[in-house]
Design a protein around this ligand. Sequence first.
Ligand code: BDP
Length: 661
Amino acid sequence: MTTGVTSPSLQAAVAELQRGVAGLSGRRPALSQQIRSGALVLATPASLPETGPLLQDLGATGWLLRSTRLQGRDVTLIAANTDLGLLYGSFAWLRAAQTGADLARLDQRSAPKIGLRLLNHWDNLDRTVERGYAGQSLWDWWKLPDIRDPRYADYARANASLGINGTVLNNVNAKAESMTAPFLAKAAALAEVFRPYGIKVWLSARFSAPMELGGLKTADPLDPAVRAWWQAKANEIYQAIPDFGGFLVKANSEGQPGPQDYGRSHADGANMLADALSPHGGIVLWRAFVYAADASDRAKQAYAEFQPLDGRFAANVIVQVKNGAIDFQPREPFHPLLGAMPGTPLALELQITKEYLGFATHLVYLGPLFQEVLQADTGHGGTVARVVDGRLGGQRLTAMAGVANIGTDRNWCGSQFDQANWYAFGRMAWDPDQPARTVAQEWVAQTFTTRPAARDAVAELMMASREAVVDYMTPLGLHHLMGTGHHHGPAPWVDNLERADWNPVYFHRAGRDGIGFDRSPSGSHAVAQYAPAVARRFADPRTTPPELLLWFHHLPWDHEMPSGRTLWAELITRYDRGVATVDDMRRRWAALQPDIDAERHAEVAAYLAVQAREARWWRDACIAYFQSASGLPLPAGVRPPEYDLAHYKALRFSFAPGRGG
Ligand code: BDP
């Protein structure tokens, strides 16, 4: 192997290649031969000037893999403009090797389409993880900064292999303590481990920290003492972590403090923090996830508060928008803010952890969900992907964030297949146009098997899984039917929570007259927040896709569906289809036994059994409840729910995971 100066990133690249080849060589002896004979050349224009012209369109971190001749020898060139690009290129070469590419005929090039590819950890300082289903937080704050768990480096390696280049260490429901000197030293230790892998550390900032830590009487963003406090804090942070990424902020949302506490706007708050960070090159990610107790329609709130602020944010502010307007449901239409703020960089926030999709025990591959939102046409001149990669609005700052599903579990993510969701997030943040199916095949080839038939069978099982969870939990655009607080299991009957918009009945509105949330012009008119062509389509039940029907419309039970069935019969058909798909996934997995190692095969099979049982529970409880609302008999041939409604209502889950500290 040829290498030039050994920066930490280049050393990491070489180490990955050596380790990767050693791991693969049992299976592919030619690989180690290729490396030992020096046929793999890592080069930047600084070490090999003739690569310069090849790399012009690849930016700082894009890479090129090419089988070529150099100085009379056949070589594989891994080239990039920087050493970090070489690290990404080395991982790309390993991916090519692991997925069975012809290594003697390589010609690949790729550059990231999105600048900031971030994980958001909802990790608390006591190591509980909000909506975490993979054990404790990876960050052992108590032992840091002295003790650096080897998994920190492995975490960085895994992320770098996907191109993830930043991580927000702490929960958006932030504690001010994370900004005290001892915790900054701990964050700095993590930053040091991550640095060679191109991963910057970010922190969630609590807006009221100047009061809690600085003893100020106010956190008003226009107060000079508050501004000075944040500036001093930013200086202190950059002393400890010179390449600190910036702040992620949840403000005036679900009880978190924010600028509105002082009659100021989100822009006032974000810009104040942006001013503090800007001398250091830091960035503010300001979340648009807000909703108020008195809202007539919770789905409208974020747009109402943020859209009028378009163009009013400082140059180093990005507004971070969830994929949908409610909250990470199995299916939501894309968020109406996406495309509606052309004068503001918008980050897309996806949830990798499966808070509303069966936690870690349900096999749900999120690639299709990510693809669906990224490829949605906003009606503002392009897809969500074009909004997020900045091409639509000409933004220089671009970002995509994924709420992490990583913890101390031996398999990192709570289940074997949940690793695929971390993988898919990273790959689609690098290139938001990557098809979910290709990403699944790639992951399977690197995780389970390269045999094409088995690889494709596993990938197809994954591809079916997202629609399955939609069907057995919230078909036809239903949403937020999950159990109170923990969000485990069905609870469509809940109607007694303190705030109307926390209750499932608020969202489905099922009664004798029909079901669904009327967001059309005759209802909350939330459709008006979309671009005109999209708004027109969603305003009319005949042009609304059936998958989103009850998100936008309240319709009678006998409403005729495109299938020719009544809405009532269609709802039941979808619940049945969800259960049937999971049964089918189990059968398909069982048939793959010869292709998968026994340990993981058995583990996944056990998880699928849980999913099959819980899919039935979802179906039965929802049908029992919606029948009590509709008063209609079950269509002929439909299996009645196993228990009566009272049984399902009485179930309790006191210690369901993911509640945080
Ligand atoms: C919801 C979660 C809650 C988070 C909130 C958020 O239920 O735990 O704090 O989102 O995104 O999905 O801030």
